[in-house]
Design a protein around this ligand. Structure first.
Ligand SMILES: O=c1ccn([C@@H]2O[C@H](COP(=O)(O)OP(=O)(O)O[C@H]3O[C@H](CO)[C@H](O)[C@H](O)[C@H]3O)[C@@H](O)[C@H]2O)c(=O)[nH]1
Length: 381
């Protein structure tokens, strides 16, 4: 006979508020949380996020600047123990054309959110920052102490918010961990979520588009002082990024206990620099055939790029990336082939209709479901 369970105390549920949890990274973070015993409560205004990514999850449609809504969420989920702030507009050229919108959405509304978080007594915030704020050094490597020189309104919005959060964390009962992402690629290995926009403008999106339409891939910039003249970046699989968030949530208190401060930064990159030419070669190897490449001038506001040399993510989070760049390319291709099935045909979007061949199943096996070792979860806020 099975033991009765009524008198067995339930394990305390670990809950986090994921702001921007219907977006590409936020939804993947939410999935990784679910797979590791953390319940995500999602807030997203669906300006770029997708409701499909919230199915079966606790979801509040709305804006992060809506104070009464944040109060309602905390009232209905008093067991929320941390906030993961992934909500942002992220397209660099768009930020150059519409800086007011970017500063309002990314900076001003974030301040409203943080004020609401503090008002509701939550003391832990993970902030999605960006490695695009770094000034490229002579060898293109950076660590968390490297100089910051944000070159676009998008990057400046991230750099400004980091500075503001540091000041806020000094003055109020809040600790903030900024995670500086390098260049996310791939998708959830089980293809539950992925990049939602139909025509992504980042380099891998443009390569996939070229492969789909048989068009030329524009290689934007061939005179950078890198080993082959093309821009260099650190491409990190989004599932590895998501795992890092789970580890950061689990270790949040110990990170700050060791550091004794209230604000800190961790780079999330692989430590491998990949040039655009090298990325094209890797892409062609995964795809199985060449793509046409057209060399063009640099993009306005572009930079040579950076990659991380930091060991901080390994030391503080116990995090090491598990996916290769080929894995990321393969998962991006698999997701693009599957995206319309998950999201439905996208009204008004001039998405390419052809799809490129992609492996039908997850070729990574169990790594896609790897559980993050359970430590002590964060205590209530
Ligand atoms: O069609 C293209 C697009 C890009 N590139 C090149 O590819 C490299 C990477 O460009 P991405 O646009 O893919 O990435 P960025 O690092 O410039 O910026 C992106 O990554 C950042 C993270 O560091 C932020 O997330 C930002 O929002 C996002 O646009 C650059 O050398 C760029 O010149 C091309 O050759 N052709």
């Amino acid at each position: 006979m099975l033991p009765r369970t009524e008198n067995v105390p339930a394990l305390p549920e670990v809950k986090v508020l994921v702001v921007g949890g219907a977006g590409f990274i936020g939804s993947t973070v939410a999935t990784a949380c679910l797979e590791n015993g953390i319940t995500p409560v999602i807030l997203d205004n669906l300006s770029t996020g997708r409701e499909e990514f919230t199915r079966g999850r606790i979801f509040y449609p709305g804006d992060m600047a809506d104070g009464p809504l944040i109060d309602k969420i905390f009232a209905e989920h008093p067991d929320i123990q941390a906030v993961v702030h992934c909500a942002a507009l992220i397209v660099v050229p768009e930020s150059v054309a519409h800086p007011l919108r970017y500063y309002r959405e990314n900076v001003a509304k974030s301040l409203d959110l943080v004020e609401s978080v503090i008002r509701n007594g939550c003391t832990r915030l993970l902030f999605s920052s960006s490695a695009s704020i770094y000034q490229p050094g002579a060898d293109f490597t950076v660590d968390e102490t490297s100089p910051v020189e944000a070159l676009s309104p998008y990057a400046r919005s991230k750099a400004m918010l980091e500075q503001m959060l540091e000041d806020v964390a000094r003055a109020y009962p809040l600790r903030v961990l900024s995670l500086r992402y390098f260049n996310p690629i791939g998708a959830d290995p089980k293809l539950r979520t992925g990049l939602q926009v139909p025509r992504p403008t980042h380099v891998l999106g443009r390569l996939i588009e070229a492969a789909q339409g048989g068009e030329e891939f524009p290689l934007t910039g061939t005179d950078w002082p890198t080993r082959d003249g093309s821009g260099i970046r650190d491409y990190v699989h989004v599932w590895d990024l998501a795992r890092a968030h789970v580890l950061a949530l689990r270790r949040f208190d110990s990170i700050f206990a060791a550091d004794a401060g209230t604000y800190t930064v961790i780079n999330l990159g692989t430590g491998d620099g990949t040039t655009v030419r090298e990325l094209v070669t890797a892409f062609e190897q995964v795809l199985g055939h060449p793509v046409k490449v057209r060399e063009t001038d640099r993009r306005p506001g572009d930079s040579a790029g950076t990659y991380t040399r930091s060991e901080r993510a390994r030391e503080l989070l116990g995090w090491t990336p598990t996916y290769s760049i080929a894995d990321g390319i393969r998962d991006s291709l698999r997701w693009m082939a599957e995206r319309d099935t998950v999201l439905g045909p996208q009204a008004g979007a001039d998405a390419p209709t052809a799809t490129v061949g992609a492996p039908p199943t997850d070729p990574h096996g169990p790594r896609g479901t790897d559980a993050v070792p359970a430590g002590s979860g964060p205590a209530p806020c």
